[in-house]
Write a new protein. Structure first.
Length: 464
C-alpha cells in the first residue's frame, strides 16, 4: 500500500513515479487517449459551460486562456466540440521525451516565464502578481512516496492519505470516534448527529496539528490512536450539539473530554478538485485525487502549451486564525500546503474490497466519511451511499447541508439538538469501486451532482 502526495506542478512527475513502480505500459501509449481527446475534442455539456462561465471574467484577462476557453469572446456552446490542439502537442511531447520535458528545457522555460511575467491583456484592470517559480525549482521537484494512514474500522483496514494532506488523519480520527456507536441501528437523526459531531471534532484537531511534516511536528500516529479517539468521543452528547469553533484535543497526552488549546475557526479552503477510482480484474486498485485548486486554477494558460497553472498556494493559511495559537499550515519555502484530499482504500483480510474519493476541497473529508459510513454501517449500496444527501461540518458555527436534507423533517430534529444549518446546493462528487462477493468489481459515481458522474467497465472480459 503506497501513497503519493505532490504539489503542482507535480502531476506528470507523479504519473511517472507510479508508472515506474507498477506500470505495464509505456507513458507514451498511456498518454495517447488524452492526446487524441485534446486533439479531436469533446462535446461541451452544461457542467463544462457553467464552470467556464464562473471563470469568464478571469479567463478574459489572459489572452491564451481567452483564446482557448472563450472562442470569439463567447462561452462555449452546449453541444459544440471543444478542442485543445496545444495540449495534444504537450502530451505528445511528454510521451516522446518523458515527463522530464516538463521540468527541464523549453517547456519548463515557458512555465517559468508565464509564472514570473503573467501574460495579461493590456486592457485588463485585474491586479496580477508575478510568481517566484524558478527553473531550479522545477528541476528539483520530486513527488513524495510515503506510507498511508491506517485505522481499523468494523474489522476492516482503512487506508488514507498521510500529511501534509489532512484527509487520512481526519477521516481516520472521525471513524475511530464513530466506531463506539452502532450506526447500523441508529435512527437517521442520531446517525447524522454523530456524523456531524465526529467531523466537527476531527476538524478542530486537524486545524491545530496537521501541516507539512517536513516542517511541522505532526502527531499522525497519536491523532489516529484509539486512546485519543476515546478521549474526544466523550465530548459528544446525544441530547445536545457541540458548538464551534471547538478547541482541539491534545493527541500526545489525551485527557478524557479535555482540550489541548484554544478554539480557533477553520481557515478557508476552496471546493474544487478532481477524483477518479479504478480497479482491474486482478484486484489492483487506484484511488487518485489531483487538483489545480480552484476550477480554472490561476486562470493563466501557458501560451502555446494548452494547460492552466494552479493556484494551489491558496491551500496555505496566509495568517493564523488566532495569532496566539500556532498554525501548522503557514506558508514557507519548500513547504507543501495542507490539503484535504482523501483517496481511501478499504481492505478485508488483506484484500481490497472498497475504494473511493471525492473532489470538493475541505468537503472531501466529510463526503468520504459519510459515503463510507453510509455503505459500511447503514448498509446502503455504494451508489446510494454516494447519492445520499450530504452534511458537511468543518468546525464552523453552521453545518452545510444539501437541499434534500434542508427540506427534510430530520433538519428540525437536529435543530432541536442545537445544530445550525445553511444550504449548500452541492457537496462533493464521489466515485468508488466495490469488490463483489463473486470477485467482480462494481463501479459507482454520482447520479446527479455535477451533471452525473462516470461509472463504467472500460475493458470487460477475461473472467473476473
Amino acid at each position: 500500500m503506497d501513497a503519493f502526495f505532490d504539489h503542482t506542478p507535480g502531476t506528470p512527475a507523479t504519473w511517472a513515479r507510479a508508472l515506474d513502480a507498477w506500470g505495464s505500459k509505456s507513458l507514451r501509449s498511456l498518454l495517447k487517449p488524452a492526446e487524441r481527446l485534446a486533439r479531436d475534442g469533446f462535446v461541451v455539456d452544461d457542467t463544462f459551460r457553467s464552470q467556464t462561465a464562473a471563470n469568464q471574467a478571469r479567463f478574459a484577462d489572459f489572452p491564451a486562456s481567452a483564446k482557448l476557453f472563450l472562442p470569439g469572446g463567447e462561452l462555449p456552446v452546449v453541444g459544440s466540440v471543444f478542442k485543445n490542439p496545444d495540449l495534444a502537442r504537450t502530451y505528445e511531447k511528454l510521451g516522446r521525451e518523458g515527463v522530464g520535458a516538463l521540468y527541464r528545457g523549453e517547456l519548463a522555460d515557458d512555465i517559468v516565464r508565464t509564472v514570473r511575467k503573467p501574460p495579461v491583456d493590456p486592457d485588463a484592470t485585474r491586479v496580477v502578481r508575478p510568481g517566484d517559480l524558478t527553473r531550479k525549482d522545477l528541476a528539483a521537484y520530486r513527488p513524495l512516496r510515503q506510507d498511508p494512514t491506517k485505522v481499523r474500522y468494523r474489522g476492516l483496514d482503512v487506508y488514507g492519505m498521510a500529511p501534509s494532506s489532512s484527509g487520512g488523519t481526519s477521516v481516520g480520527e472521525a471513524l475511530n470516534i464513530l466506531e463506539s456507536t452502532d450506526l447500523s441501528r441508529a435512527g437517521r437523526a442520531q446517525y447524522l448527529h454523530r456524523l456531524i459531531e465526529a467531523s466537527r471534532i476531527a476538524f478542530a484537531d486537524r486545524g491545530r496539528w496537521v501541516g507539512d511534516p517536513a516542517f511541522e511536528d505532526v502527531p499522525t500516529k497519536e491523532l489516529l490512536s484509539r486512546r485519543f479517539a476515546d478521549a474526544r468521543e466523550c465530548l459528544i452528547r446525544d441530547y445536545k450539539a457541540l458548538t464551534s469553533p471547538l478547541p482541539p484535543g491534545g493527541p500526545r497526552n489525551p485527557e478524557r473530554c479535555g482540550s489541548g488549546g484554544s478554539a480557533v475557526p477553520t481557515t478557508f479552503e476552496g471546493e474544487n478538485t478532481t477524483h477518479l477510482t479504478t480497479a482491474d480484474r486482478w484486484g489492483n486498485v487506484v484511488a487518485y485525487t489531483l487538483t489545480i485548486e480552484s476550477t480554472g486554477g490561476s486562470a493563466i494558460t501557458v501560451p502555446g502549451r494548452g494547460f492552466l497553472l494552479n493556484n494551489e498556494l491558496t491551500d496555505f493559511s496566509f495568517a493564523p486564525a488566532d495569532p496566539a495559537v500556532h498554525d501548522p499550515n503557514l506558508p514557507g519555502p519548500g513547504k507543501r500546503p495542507r490539503s484535504s484530499i482523501s483517496p481511501t482504500i478499504v481492505l478485508k483480510h488483506g484484500k481490497p474490497v472498497l475504494a473511493l474519493g471525492s473532489p470538493g476541497g475541505a468537503t472531501i473529508i466529510t463526503t468520504v466519511l459519510q459515503s463510507l459510513t453510509g455503505h459500511l454501517d447503514r448498509g446502503l449500496p455504494l451508489v446510494d451511499a454516494i447519492a445520499a444527501p450530504r452534511a458537511s461540518q468543518r468546525n464552523a458555527p453552521t453545518t452545510e447541508i444539501e437541499p434534500d436534507l434542508w427540506n427534510s423533517p430530520v433538519r428540525a430534529e437536529l435543530e432541536k439538538l442545537g445544530h445550525a444549518f445553511k444550504q449548500n446546493p452541492e457537496i462533493g462528487a464521489a466515485t468508488g469501486v466495490q469488490r463483489l462477493p463473486d470477485g467482480r468489481w462494481l463501479a459507482a459515481a454520482e447520479k446527479v451532482r455535477r451533471s452525473g458522474g462516470s461509472a463504467m467497465v472500460v475493458h470487460p472480459g477475461g473472467g473476473h
